[in-house]
Design a protein around this ligand. Structure first.
Ligand code: PBG
Length: 327
């Protein structure tokens, strides 16, 4: 056979395959989403997210220890408050659940990098991501509260804030408040390319944050759109975002690639609750190999162009990376 080029030559052994591998992974790029809740001495498993738990502040060290042991050094906190109201006061109260979790973790795990999700949906009685004016989420009125939330997180010890509300102008509003308060060095990771997605279903069960009426389509993006995602990413970079996130990950790999090619800041991808829940459910039925699927999905996200991955599988992935099963 007259074949000069035989791609199979470079697939001949594991050693060679690893040598020529194009996508390499590092546990340093993983962020673990963690739910903290009001109350005492409780660890509740989340039914729609098997293996994921909500922790009260006095029990969260168990999970932070496990993360550090696995080699995961960054978390993103989501708060589940005991009380909610129209204006989401617990989101920006210095005694709010995330603020207390931050003060605790800052001391108990000084080397853990603490990121917070900045949004109002877990804190508002109506479950929307901002404040309402009649039935409409009022963009500009929400900005001040989101900025106040971000500032209260940083004052409580957050290393980075990550607005996920999808209001226009929130990155600028947060940057301005942080800067005038002396936090010029605190980075913002913007959930810039965030679609209105059914993949968030299990998260909303976990956080009790499903909207009481309507949906999030007047602020989160229509999943048919690509240019709009690039527009959002470019806008947020201009407003001062240090990292741009694409969310969800699995059905949006094209957006990860598009954004990577159009902007100069790191791109993060969030493999959301529905992605995790689907893998868990199929694995529980014996239909797929959970570990191999998890590794393949993660590699796809990095190959698409992300350099940071938020995932409920952070610990398991870190171990697979360490053991050479991936990356
Ligand atoms: C808050 C927020 C959500 C998620 C992250 N931040 C829910 C939503 O937008 O409805 C989803 C995360 C996940 O599904 O894992 N706005």
């Amino acid at each position: 056979m007259d074949l000069t080029i035989r791609p199979r030559r470079l697939r001949g052994s594991e050693t060679l395959r690893r040598m020529v591998r194009e996508t390499r992974m590092d546990a340093a790029s993983l962020i673990y989403p963690m739910f903290v809740m009001d109350g005492e001495n409780k660890v509740d498993e989340i039914p729609s997210l098997p293996g994921q738990y909500r922790y009260t502040v006095d029990r969260m060290d168990e999970e932070l220890d496990r993360l550090e042991n696995a080699g995961v050094h960054a978390v993103m906190f989501f708060g589940i408050p005991a009380v909610k109201d129209e204006v989401g006061s617990q989101a920006y109260s210095p005694e709010g659940i995330v603020q207390r979790a931050l003060r605790h973790a800052r001391v108990s795990h000084p080397d853990m990098y603490l990121i917070t999700d900045v949004c109002m949906c877990e804190y508002t009685s109506h479950g929307h991501c901002g404040v309402l004016c009649d039935q409409y989420v009022d963009n500009d009125a929400s900005l001040a509260l989101l900025a106040q939330t971000a500032l209260s997180h940083v004052e409580a010890g957050a290393d980075m804030v990550a607005p996920s509300d999808m209001m226009d102008g929130r990155v600028r509003a947060i940057r301005e408040v942080l800067d005038v308060s002396g936090y010029v060095t605190t980075p913002i990771m913007s959930y810039a390319v965030k679609y209105a997605s059914a993949f968030y279903g299990p998260f909303r069960d976990a956080a009790g944050s499903a909207p009481a009426f309507g949906d999030r389509k007047t602020y989160q993006m229509d999943f048919h759109n690509r240019h709009e995602g690039i527009k959002e990413a470019l806008l947020d970079v201009r407003e001062g975002a240090d990292i741009i996130m694409v969310k969800p990950a699995m059905s949006y790999l094209d957006m990860i690639r598009d954004v990577r090619e159009r902007i100069e800041v790191p791109v993060a991808a969030y493999s959301v609750s529905g992605e995790y829940a689907m893998v868990k459910a199929a694995a529980a039925n014996g239909w797929i190999d959970e570990e191999r699927i998890m590794c393949e999905m993660a590699a796809g996200v990095y190959r698409a162009g992300a350099s940071i991955l938020l995932t409920y599988y952070a610990k398991e992935l870190a171990v697979c990376i360490r053991e050479g099963k991936i990356g």
